[in-house]
Design a protein around this ligand. Structure first.
Ligand SMILES: Nc1ncnc2c1ncn2[C@@H]1O[C@H](COP(=O)(O)OP(=O)(O)OP(=O)(O)O)[C@@H](O)[C@H]1O
Length: 241
């Protein structure tokens, strides 16, 4: 479903990612883990086609991200951002912004919006509110629902809980687990938190110093980490529990 082929990226002559290669099979839940500044968000943006690699190619469903037309691509990949409120236009009501997906794609999504709110237990009254009138947790749920409207093949989430209070983080993770159970798609979850990733993913890719240093199933990586970096990450989480 996703093929990252020898991708490098740099900003202002500084290499951020170097020769990154991996594939993600359809239906996989993959976590991308690394320290702050390791290039996780950049990699997420590259997969979504929001950024173009300096070198290499990214294929989604066999097609280069650069070759998709915008509307077509939005049916293939959707991204949930770190700051939930910033996904919405502050001047428009939430309902209007969810229906906007239908206006762009010339289809009436009102039934699908109702269905998703119902399935994922989100209060329909929120549709009538402006972004500043909803909580961060509500905004994140609604931004995920908006992404689901187009039934994308890939849903990428970039630290979707890091801006939320700890109790709300747990709610969003529960919400995400329900989404994963009910909606069949490929999930990419970007996080600095290997423990969180081990709850919501079945595979993991660890990035350090511009490169992939570890890759495998959660079980493989947790039980037999190859690098010292990963061993240290896992020790800190075992220490916690
Ligand atoms: N548009 C940009 N222009 C210049 N430098 C950038 C840009 N985007 C990212 N960078 C730099 O690239 C590096 C990787 O950033 P990135 O946001 O991908 O890391 P990250 O692992 O997602 O970090 P965090 O977890 O803190 O969000 C950082 O040093 C960052 O400052």
């Amino acid at each position: 479903m996703i093929k990252v082929d020898n991708v490098s990226m740099r900003f202002k002559k500084r290499e951020v990612l170097e020769d990154i290669n991996f594939t993600v099979e359809s239906g996989t839940k993959v976590g991308i883990v690394g320290d702050s500044g390791s290039g996780k968000s950049t990699l997420a943006r590259l997969i979504t086609g929001l950024a173009i690699p300096r070198k290499g190619q990214i294929y989604l469903n066999g097609v280069k991200t650069t070759e998709y037309r915008r509307k077509e691509k939005s049916k293939v990949v959707q991204m949930v951002f770190q700051h939930p409120q910033s996904s919405f236009d502050e001047k428009r009501k939430i309902g209007y912004q969810l229906e906007e997906v239908g206006r762009i794609h010339h289809r009436d999504y009102s039934k699908e919006i109702k269905r998703l709110l119902n399935v994922f237990l989100v209060d329909a009254k929120l549709m009538d509110r402006y972004p500043y009138q909803i909580s961060g947790g509500e905004a994140q749920r609604l931004s995920i629902i908006r992404c689901l409207l187009l039934k994308p093949k890939v849903l990428i989430m970039d630290e979707p809980t890091s801006m939320l209070d700890v109790s709300v983080q747990a709610e969003i993770i529960d919400f995400l687990l329900r989404v994963q159970e009910k909606e069949k798609m490929t999930f990419v979850f970007v996080s600095h938190d290997i423990e969180l990733v081990s709850h919501v993913c079945d595979k993991i890719i660890i990035i350090d110093n511009k490169q992939i240093i570890e890759e495998g199933t959660i079980k493989e990586v947790i039980e037999q980490p190859k690098s010292t970096y990963t061993k240290n990450l896992i020790e800190s989480f075992e220490y916690f529990y």
